[in-house]
Design a protein around this ligand. Structure first.
Ligand code: ADP
Length: 223
């Protein structure tokens, strides 16, 4: 079983790398942000969860831990999984460690390190087609016609939690609650693979991740 935790601030490219990893390894991509949005769309969550997400703060550990536990127990996760956006607090990390310990497994943590200014530019420049969901960035990946989707001509919008005050809150929550989780992993003796994801294209970052994981596997074999 290969349990992988993709760790990084909002805008570090976790979602993109998680997709590439899961396609390559044939294991599921588990994004707590996507799962929560999905549940809200299906009316399964209290308004409180929706309001918390729109403010940029973190949803309660109990809600997220229960959701992840349920997801990890599904058959397709038996061979491994890529967690994207979880754990985000120390109690979540402890919860995951306990779940894995109970199965004699250890997670590999991949930290996507990205310069703060690049993060701000990525998040504030993000635009989405409300119709087909395609993502653009006004600086790095603009649409052919300003403000309109290349695929269906729909007017692009800013995701509700990509507005500037909410971005600030999301980055604050990351610094306060999530970054310390890295320290927790290091002191708990977990393997943390550092990848510089600042200004390389996604394909190159992916190669770096693969090489670092292979080197890590080799050193584990020698231990
Ligand atoms: P990003 O990483 O760009 O902030 P996500 O889609 O991962 O976006 O998360 C969006 C929101 O969902 C977060 O701001 C938070 O409110 C909620 N959320 C997602 N994952 C967690 C988690 N593990 N714990 C608490 N809240 C979460």
């Amino acid at each position: 079983m290969k349990p992988i935790v993709l760790f990084g601030s909002p805008g570090s490219g976790k979602g993109t790398q998680a997709k590439m990893l899961t396609e390559c390894l044939g294991i599921p991509h588990i994004s707590t942000g996507d799962m929560l949005r999905d549940r809200i769309r299906h009316g399964e969550h209290l308004e409180k969860v929706e309001a918390t997400m729109h403010s940029g703060a973190l949803v309660s550990d109990d809600v997220v831990n229960a959701m992840v536990r349920e997801r990890l127990s599904l058959a397709d996760a038996a061979r491994g999984f890529v967690l994207d956006g979880y754990p985000r607090t120390q109690p979540q990390a402890e919860h995951l460690c306990a779940w894995l310990d109970g199965r004699g497994k250890r997670e590999v943590v991949i930290h996507l390190a990205v310069d703060y200014n690049i993060i701000i530019a990525r998040l504030t420049g993000r635009r989405q087609c409300p119709h087909c969901g395609t993502l653009y960035n006004v600086a790095s990946h603009p649409p052919r016609v300003d403000g309109l989707c290349d695929l269906d001509g729909e007017k692009l919008v800013i995701r509700e939690d990509d507005s500037e005050p909410v971005i600030r809150e999301r980055l604050d929550a990351y610094e306060r609650q999530t970054r310390p989780v890295l320290e927790y992993y290091r002191t708990a003796g977990r393997r943390v693979i550092e990848v510089d994801a600042s200004d390389h294209p996604p394909e190159m970052v992916f190669q770096e991740i693969r090489q670092a994981m292979e080197a890590d596997d080799r050193s584990k074999d020698r231990r």
